[in-house]
Design a protein around this ligand. Structure first.
Ligand SMILES: [Zn+2]
Length: 390
């Protein structure tokens, strides 16, 4: 494997600012387009046809494949185009500086490292004329960090495949499952009055205190009843709270944000209905609160006993001694993919602990290892299908 090539590719990717600070900023700066242009160019040089789905102007998903290779199963290599903001960073975010075997900068770990490894492996296999018989797709998504918006749009657009390998920092380990978030905003509704005569009103903050108690008590206990062999138990926390209007007024409104991270279990719509019913019973009144906004992302639980996860696990075992597949707490594009029927797994260089940090870096040995694993996956199966039993 050519280490210079993959390290140079990562440096090129890091030097392109694709940080999303806010939706407004990303829409204005056409953030993902900059990096999509660079990646498109590399893909076209291999003769791939590159299609763009403009989710917002200048904010595309990118879908590439070899048009002449139109038989065989579809295997997707995927990584997201966006990174999180560079605000508060203590290292140069776009310098791609290498020190002590690490490359520093925004996205080195999450997830330009994966993108570089996947792209370099594909280029090397292509130049050696050692591609598998499957139809290989290279897909890069927009706006993953804000909740997999690009991957969801790609599924709405009708894109489908037989399997996907999603690049995220897994320490070059195979990950087959992750939790899915359920995000709710709850408003409690009381009645305001002057604080000197509190009996005339109903205190919305007092109601919210009981919502917090419910969430960290009965709700957590309920969703924690079941456990997953790789993911453990679901969690729930109140993460934001805002209430009251004036220091001497009994508040009529209080709002809180509740972040639940759910293992694959019941459908999120069912769990939301459970939350609402149980909270109404807890407060003894269903009119004193409302669930105002809800967002969910699908969890992942891909069966391990399929050719792709088995082959990847064999390669990981050889490269780093991984014994069995792993689960992670964070969500990724694999959620929307799998709920649309594309069996997905995660693998990529780096430790998730370094993602989104002030001094984000990637160990270059991880980068080389991930590239080697992907390159071997492709070339070991040259002319055969990775997705079929051999
Ligand atoms: Zn990521």
């Amino acid at each position: 494997m050519e280490k210079d090539r993959v390290r140079g590719l990562l440096a090129d990717l890091v030097r392109i600012d694709s940080a999303v600070t806010s939706t407004e900023q990303a829409n204005r700066d056409r953030t993902e387009e900059r990096i999509a242009d660079f990646v498109s160019d590399r893909l076209r040089r291999m003769g791939m046809t590159v299609e763009r789905q403009e989710v917002f102007p200048g904010r595309p998903n990118l879908i590439a494949h070899w048009r002449e290779r139109s038989t065989g199963k579809r295997l997707v290599l995927e990584a997201h185009l966006d990174t999180v903001t560079v605000e508060g960073m203590t290292v140069e975010p776009f310098a791609a500086e290498v020190r002590d075997g690490r490359m520093y900068g925004r996205g080195t770990c999450d997830t330009k490292g994966s993108m570089a490894a996947f792209l370099a492996a594909l280029e090397l296999a292509y130049h050696r004329d050692m591609l598998p018989a499957d139809q290989i797709y290279f897909v890069a998504s927009m706006s993953e960090e804000t909740g997999c918006d690009g991957a969801a749009a790609l599924m709405d657009y009708g894109f489908r495949a037989d399997a996907a390998i999603v690049g995220e920092p897994t320490g070059c380990g195979l990950v087959t499952c992750h939790k899915g978030p359920l995000w709710m905003e709850v408003e409690t509704r009381g009645r305001s009055c002057h604080a000197s005569v509190p009996d005339r009103g109903v205190n919305a903050i007092d109601l919210m205190a009981r919502v917090v108690e419910f969430t960290h008590g009965r709700w957590l206990e309920y969703i924690g009843r079941v456990s997953h062999p790789l993911l453990g138990r679901s969690t729930a926390q109140v993460t934001l709270i805002q209430g009251g209007a004036k220091s001497n007024i009994i508040p009529a409104r209080c709002r809180a944000f509740i972040d639940s991270r759910l293992i694959p279990w019941k459908a999120s719509s069912e769990l939301l209905a459970d939350f609402e019913r149980m909270l109404a019973a807890y407060l003894g009144d269903e009119r004193c609160f409302a669930i105002e906004s809800v967002r969910t992302l699908a969890p992942l639980d891909t069966p391990v006993d399929a050719p792709l996860p088995r082959r990847l696990l064999d390669l990981c075992r050889e490269a780093n001694g991984q014994e069995g597949p792993r689960g992670v707490n964070y969500f990724a594009d694999s959620g929307p993919f799998s709920s649309a029927g594309i069996p997905s797994v995660l693998i990529g260089p780096g430790d998730i602990a370094q993602a989104h940090t002030a001094d984000e870096y990637l160990d270059l040995d991880q980068l080389y290892q991930a590239t080697e694993i992907m390159l071997t996956l492709l070339t070991q199966n040259a002319g055969r299908s990775i997705l079929s039993e051999s």
